[in-house]
Design a protein around this ligand. Structure first.
Ligand code: GRG
Length: 296
């Protein structure tokens, strides 16, 4: 069983770049050795990202980078770092103490296969590896990259979003609060992705501001779309447990507004994302295409 792919990624531009990301991801995990038998740890490190995934965050970062520069070889590791961060967060999110999910990307979740302790160690190792990748980049804005990564992942970003999400039933009563939580738990990584592309590409401050707004709206739209998928698609179609939010009594756009109004909100964020792109002083057609496909 394979999870449904975003139609965006069928575009030739994204297909070629997605295979570059996948190839490099495999290479990044060769050559580790140890005096001990580390088979289950090594398996947990690569298991979840090797099952597929749409690679939306690396592709977003690449499409931004290529607004400014063409030497993708110089950027590909950083794009992969985003996938390591994202995959590590999914592994943690699926744990029994968090979302308690049995399936992800069409296969059993990491903790079901490897156990909880190894999965926690592996996900933390993926995040640390991302920082190692940043540190290995030569002659580039490493300070900005490290700072942006820490800000978007930690107490003011993804981790805070996850905390609010875990206790959402008590903490989220309004759509404004829900939107804010989506900015943290989902859009923060989209915003980090565009910052990687923009910093490495040497974007102007005004382009960075517009791209940040674009990524925030795109990320919120993406999470609303995820809510709609959760409510309407079964495991065989989405590759992950269905109706999780309903089972966990978690408020989302569908439970608070119903499917058709959730869809209206999705389209509003898509439009705001597109409007932000008009402010970027480059030809943003691939970013625009990616955004457009989210509306389908
Ligand atoms: C990194 C410090 C630190 C903490 C992590 C566990 C956690 C805190 C955050 C998890 C947040 C989370 C799971 C948000 C959901 C985001 C989302 C919509 C995931 C699905 O993304 P897709 O559709 O999945 O891109 P694929 O499988 O295609 O990659």
């Amino acid at each position: 069983m394979k999870s449904k792919q975003l139609p965006t990624i069928n575009d030739r531009y994204f297909i070629t770049r997605k295979s570059m990301v996948n190839k490099r991801l495999r290479q990044l995990f060769t050559g580790f050795d140890s005096d001990f038998d580390t088979q289950s740890f090594d398996s947990a490190l690569t298991y979840t990202f090797m099952q597929g995934g749409k690679r939306v965050r690396p592709l977003l970062a690449i499409a931004v980078y290529e607004l400014y520069k063409r030497d993708l070889d110089h950027f590909i590791d950083l794009a992969c770092a985003l996938e390591l961060i994202h995959t590590g967060s999914l592994m943690l999110d699926d744990l029994p103490s968090m979302d308690n999910a049995g399936y992800r990307r069409g296969v059993q979740t990491s903790h079901v296969v490897h156990g909880e302790s190894i999965t926690i160690l592996a996900s933390a190792s993926l995040w640390v590896y991302a920082f190692d990748i940043i540190a290995s980049i030569e002659g580039e804005p490493i300070n900005e990259l490290v700072r942006a990564t820490s800000l978007h992942l930690g107490r003011q970003g993804l981790a805070l979003g996850q905390y609010i999400d875990l206790y959402a039933e008590a903490k989220i009563k309004t759509i404004a609060q829900l939107e804010k939580s989506y900015e943290l738990k989902t859009a923060a990584l989209f915003q980090l992705a565009v910052r990687y592309g923009a910093y490495m590409g040497g974007a102007s401050a005004s382009d960075i501001e517009a791209l940040d707004s674009f990524a925030r709206h795109l990320g919120v739209a993406f999470q609303i779309r995820d809510d709609i998928i959760d409510a309407t698609q079964e495991l065989a179609e989405s590759g992950k447990d269905a109706h999780k939010d309903e089972i966990n009594n978690k408020p989302n756009y569908v439970s608070l507004l119903g499917i058709s109004e959730a869809r209206v909100q999705l389209l509003a964020h898509i439009k705001s994302a597109q409007d932000s792109l008009y402010l970027v002083k480059k030809d943003c057609r691939f970013l625009s295409q990616m955004t457009e496909q989210l509306a389908t």
